[in-house]
Ligand binder design. Structure first.
Ligand SMILES: *Cc1c(COP(=O)(O)O)cnc(C)c1O
Length: 398
């Protein structure tokens, strides 16, 4: 590319999300000795800070220099044995990838099929657990915010489903794209392991990921799990107590992480969640006014992180995305696997405000026209109606 694009690029994919200047500046500080005396405070602040984001006191946060996929693997191999049955729910592409990983690791995943248009169904999980009289299922694995579809699973209800069947399976949750954007409560919801990553709601570049580990999962892993070395939780525990790591941590990413946690608390986590929910509502209003369809069909489970939009029959989502990128310098998310070229995804997560959302939606509306996609006018106007009203978001309803 030779031509310069004036102004900021709009990175409206559902992760990586745009990194705020404050975080970029924090990351740009000199790398220090990760075994030296000054590092302890950096490491301790990061580990303690993340506990407030996961909302846990009993849980232990593990930080890996890896993408989210590494933390997925860590969650499984620290707790499961080869051949173990794990119950997973097909919410979309990411649930499918986690299931395939479980298979490759020698686990025996059972996949409850879904239609990619909503979150995990607690009733279906309870039904399967009730049939499992011998407790062969060792874990229930659910994606909290399914980034391929824009649906949120009701994690508290999944916990209730496990409890009401008196089943001992561990509850493992992928909140890689949910954490810090959609309400998440590790302790209160009785989650045993939560997997997360840096480049979505946490507003950091890609590169670090997390396991939040509850006491039961830690106990299971101390006695079992699979062969592992780099990913071993136990190796982290000792050094982490004083803010250190068993091997070189991503030092500069931890500077950024400490800035993130500060920013999230300055705004207030509940305000962050409400902002995301409100942007989701405005985006859906735009999509419906255009006469297009939102992929998530379950009312109340629509994500505040992203909105996946179905293209009208016979029109390519990827061609449309290319038009929007070329003309307006806006990157939109592509459809993944089953919905490839059928949907485009609008990311509205992270460090994002009303005017940025309106810029994004305007680019999409102009792009629909340019690409010759049949639609009604007035999507942006409908979004503005939502944004200027006093939209109230009830966390309790989630
Ligand atoms: C992004 C994402 C992943 C994969 O994380 P990587 O950092 O790309 O390895 C897994 N699950 C969900 C829900 C995601 O959004």
């Amino acid at each position: 590319m030779t031509s310069r694009h004036a102004g900021r690029h709009f990175l409206q994919i559902p992760g990586p999300s745009a990194v705020p200047d404050r975080i970029l500046r924090a990351i740009s500080a000199q790398t220090i000795d990760h075994r030296g005396p000054d590092f302890a405070a950096v490491g301790k602040t990061a580990l303690d800070g993340m506990k407030t984001i996961f909302k846990t006191e009993a849980g232990q946060v593990i930080i890996f220099p890896a993408s989210g996929t590494g933390a997925w693997e860590a969650a499984l191999i620290n707790t499961m044995q080869e051949g173990d049955r794990v119950l997973m729910y097909e919410t979309g592409h990411f649930s499918m990838l986690w299931m395939k990983m479980a298979k490759r690791l020698g686990l025996n995943p059972e996949f409850i099929e879904g239609d990619w248009r909503g979150g995990a169904d607690p009733e279906a999980i309870a039904k399967r657990l009730r049939e499992d009289k011998n407790h062969e299922i060792k874990a229930v694995c659910v994606v909290h915010n399914e980034t391929s579809t824009g649906s949120v699973s009701p994690i508290a209800d999944v916990r209730s489903a496990i409890d009401e069947t008196d089943h001992p399976a561990l509850l493992m949750v992928d909140s890689i794209s949910g954490l810090a954007s959609v309400d998440f409560r590790f302790d209160e919801w009785g989650v045993d392991v939560c997997v997360s990553g840096s480049q979505k709601g946490l507003m950091l570049p890609p590169g670090i990921s997390f396991n939040c580990v509850g006491p039961r999962a830690m106990e299971v892993s101390s006695k079992g799990g699979m062969r592992r070395s780099y990913w071993d939780w136990q190796d982290m525990t000792g050094p982490n107590e004083t803010g250190y790591f068993p091997y070189t941590p991503a030092t500069n990413m931890l500077y950024g992480l400490n800035e993130t946690v500060e920013m999230l608390h300055e705004e207030g986590l509940d305000n962050v969640f409400a902002r995301h929910a409100r942007h989701g509502a405005a985006t859906r209003a735009a999509v419906r006014a255009w006469g297009l369809e939102v992929l998530c069909a379950q009312q109340g489970q629509e994500s505040g992180v992203l909105t996946a939009v179905l293209m009208p029959e016979g029109h390519s989502a990827d061609a449309f995305r290319a038009t929007v990128l070329k003309n307006f310098d806006i990157s939109l998310g592509n459809g993944l696997s089953k919905v490839a070229d059928r949907v485009f995804r609008i990311g509205h997560l992270g460090d994002f405000n009303d005017a940025m959302l309106m810029g994004t939606l305007s680019g999409i509306e102009m792009g629909l026209e340019k690409a010759g996609v049949p639609h009604e006018k007035g999507g942006t106007a409908a979004a503005m109606e939502v944004l200027k009203g006093d939209y109230t978001h009830s966390l309790a309803a989630e």
